[in-house]
Design a protein around this ligand. Structure first.
Ligand code: C2E
Ligand code: CA
Ligand code: CA
Length: 590
């Protein structure tokens, strides 16, 4: 027998049935209720329909019902319209108490059409029906086998869902407009949630969501907390702190909430995430604008590694719009050859002469100006055109650097590889084929890879890199000292070089610990028979420390900035010649 759908049954009864949550919001209404009040009521409350005075009357009565009483009332709900309403307490699936209401009749004397006037009233035989209905509804909701859903609650956490949060936002905007008090919307996104789900199972994932939700609700001055996406939360908070200090304190609190370990079963889980914050009415004027701008702030916060929070400001909007433009223009720029290589020498620390050049991509666009690689490389990766970009740079670089290699001005050309490519099947074969076409020997090529490409897929990375290295390509680990620094993975990889990250180089002068770390990285390199290169060398002091640590190769603005081919030709010419001759006479070495 087909199961009866309670909502269908309720739609056929001649009286209006509705459910309100503890905040007076309608979360369910049957067909008769919709006929009375209109279709667009979910998540709204009496204030959306009635005058303030009337609302106060309704809400005083609601409050008594939430507290456990029942109520019966005849009320004027519009011009010449009366409703006889019975309300009883009603347990909602999230454990809170709302109310179940039945409007047993109404009068519309003006139209004369709906004049089933019931005298104010002896409910008599109706009482048991109401009790039965309440029992049935509560049970059906609890067991979730009902087409009536409480439309504004997230089942997993008991928080508001996206609809609910949007309704709360609309309400809060109305309140702010009336009281003149601003409020904030924060979006919070967990970083490694998917990994927790994959590794520890969905029960652990659900526990994380619940715990975070509970913690967010405990923040003082929070008005509403919702889960609006898989691992995305939204928080509406009350008053706004005017000073930067107070704001930072609040963000720090948010950080602590997320970072506090979560215990799921016998596991201790560490969570990280990012937050974007936006303020009404300063930053946006509607609910959807608030959401999208908080999202922009979140987006820009996510760019940094660990937890970070960003407050929406005009710069966020500009950055976001720039990012959208970069996304739009990038594919065409690659096709048109607008992305061009520049070259930065890598010098020997003993002779200070160039031993190689690193190829770095540059993009100047009419509208966007100079776009930094940190902007367009990550965008290219996100939209899946990084492979194309690297191949375009590759062929220009092979063309540009040929003469330097042939003249012996450099021994090698160093290319940056995108982590995605390094683990993709066939990468090595394709790379070697392109080298052959360009007529450049693999012995003259160094490929700079990031630790992240290794940890992503160790076996694919090892396969590709092994093939390249067998053919004579040197492999350098870029940005060394900042990443996962997994020594095991490092020892397993076919590597020739370690490039010590510029952040460490810059820390040497300020912090002895950093110097010790750099020294030990150089020693590690020597023990593993790897060449070490220090990048980002800007001062003589840095250079002296690094040489002292025994690092054989250096790179940085101290020696030469990244330059076009023509400019670097001139730089080579000004370099002291290796053994004999005058630098000036080598102006054009070809
Ligand atoms: P990276 O591979 O670590 O490159 C070194 C970055 O440090 C370059 O930034 C370089 O211009 C900069 N640099 C070098 N010496 C100094 C110095 O003394 N002081 C300072 N302040 N900076 C110095 P750039 O060119 O902006 O590139 C940023 C990152 O973008 C690169 O970091 C690399 O990861 C990526 N990238 C650049 N070009 C390409 C490319 O063609 N393909 C791929 N896949 N990635 C690229
Ligand atoms: Ca590099
Ligand atoms: Ca680097």
């Amino acid at each position: 027998m087909a199961q009866l759908d309670l909502s269908e049954i309720l739609d056929t009864v001649p009286y209006a049935v509705f459910i309100k949550d503890s905040q007076h919001r309608w979360v369910y209404g049957n067909a008769a209720f919709r006929e009375l009040i209109g279709d667009d009521f979910l998540g709204k409350d009496d204030r959306d329909l009635f005058g303030e005075e009337q609302v106060q009357v309704f809400w005083r009565e609601d409050a008594r019902v939430f507290a456990g009483e029942e109520s019966l009332n005849e009320e004027e709900i519009g011009e010449n319209r009366f409703a006889i309403t019975k309300k009883v307490p009603f347990k909602l699936p999230d454990g809170t108490t709302g109310l179940l209401g039945i409007i047993i009749d109404y009068i519309a004397t003006s139209s004369g059409e709906l004049d089933k006037k019931v005298p104010a009233v002896d409910l008599g035989g109706f009482e048991p029906q109401m009790t039965a209905l309440k029992r049935r509804l509560e049970e059906a909701l609890r067991e979730k086998n009902l087409a009536i859903e409480v439309a504004y609650t997230d089942a997993a956490t008991g928080l508001r869902n996206r609809h609910g949060l949007e309704a709360d936002l609309a309400r809060q905007i109305a309140v702010a407009d009336q009281t003149g008090r601003p409020f904030a919307l924060a979006l919070l996104d967990l970083d490694n949630f998917k990994r927790i789900n994959d590794r520890f199972g969905h029960a652990a994932g659900d526990e994380v969501l619940k715990v975070i939700g509970r913690r967010l609700k405990e923040i003082p001055s929070v008005i509403s907390v919702g889960r609006i996406g898989g691992d995305e939360f939204a928080i509406i908070t009350e008053k706004i702190d005017q000073t930067d200090e107070a704001r930072n304190e609040r963000l720090e609190r948010l950080r602590q909430i997320i970072f506090r370990p979560i215990f799921a079963g016998d596991r201790e889980l560490q969570i990280s995430g990012s937050a974007g914050v936006c303020i009404y009415p300063a930053d946006a004027s509607t609910g959807s604008e608030l959401l999208s701008r908080a999202d922009m702030a979140l987006f820009s916060a996510k760019r940094s590694d660990q937890f970070s929070a960003k407050i929406f400001d005009s710069a966020t909007l500009v950055a976001y719009q720039r990012r959208i433009q970069i996304e739009e223009k990038l594919p065409e720029a690659i096709r048109n050859g607008d992305i061009v290589p520049v070259y930065q020498p890598i010098v020997s620390s003993t002779t200070r002469r160039a031993v190689g050049v690193e190829v770095l991509a540059r993009w100047r666009n009419e509208d966007l100006g100079l776009v930094s690689p940190d902007e367009f490389i990550s965008t290219a990766t996100d939209i899946g055109v990084i492979g194309k970009l690297d191949r375009a740079i590759f062929s220009q670089a092979m063309h540009d650097t040929r003469a330097w290699l042939e003249n012996g001005q450099i021994d090698f050309v160093s290319l940056n590889a995108s982590p995605m490519d390094v683990v993709s099947p066939g990468y090595a074969a394709d790379f070697l084929r392109r080298l052959k076409e360009a007529g450049i020997s693999p012995d003259h090529i160094c490929l700079e890879i990031l630790e992240s490409s290794i940890v992503e897929d160790v076996s694919s990375a090892r396969r590709n890199l092994g093939k390249l290295r067998d053919a004579g390509v040197e492999i350098a680990l870029d940005d060394y000292g900042t990443g996962y620094s997994n020594l095991r993975a490092l020892l397993d990889m076919p590597l020739d070089k370690l490039k010590i990250d510029k952040s460490l180089v810059w820390g040497i002068e300020k912090d002895d610990k950093v110097l010790d770390l750099v020294i030990s990285l150089v020693q590690l390199g020597r023990a593993l028979e790897l060449t070490t290169v220090a990048e980002g060398v800007e001062t003589n002091a840095q250079s002296a420390f690094i040489e002292g640590a025994g690092c054989p190769e250096l790179q940085g603005y101290l020696f030469c900035k990244p330059q076009s081919r023509a400019a670097l030709d001139e730089w080579f010419a000004t370099q002291a010649p290796a053994a004999e001759g005058s630098g000036e006479s080598l102006k054009s070495p070809v």
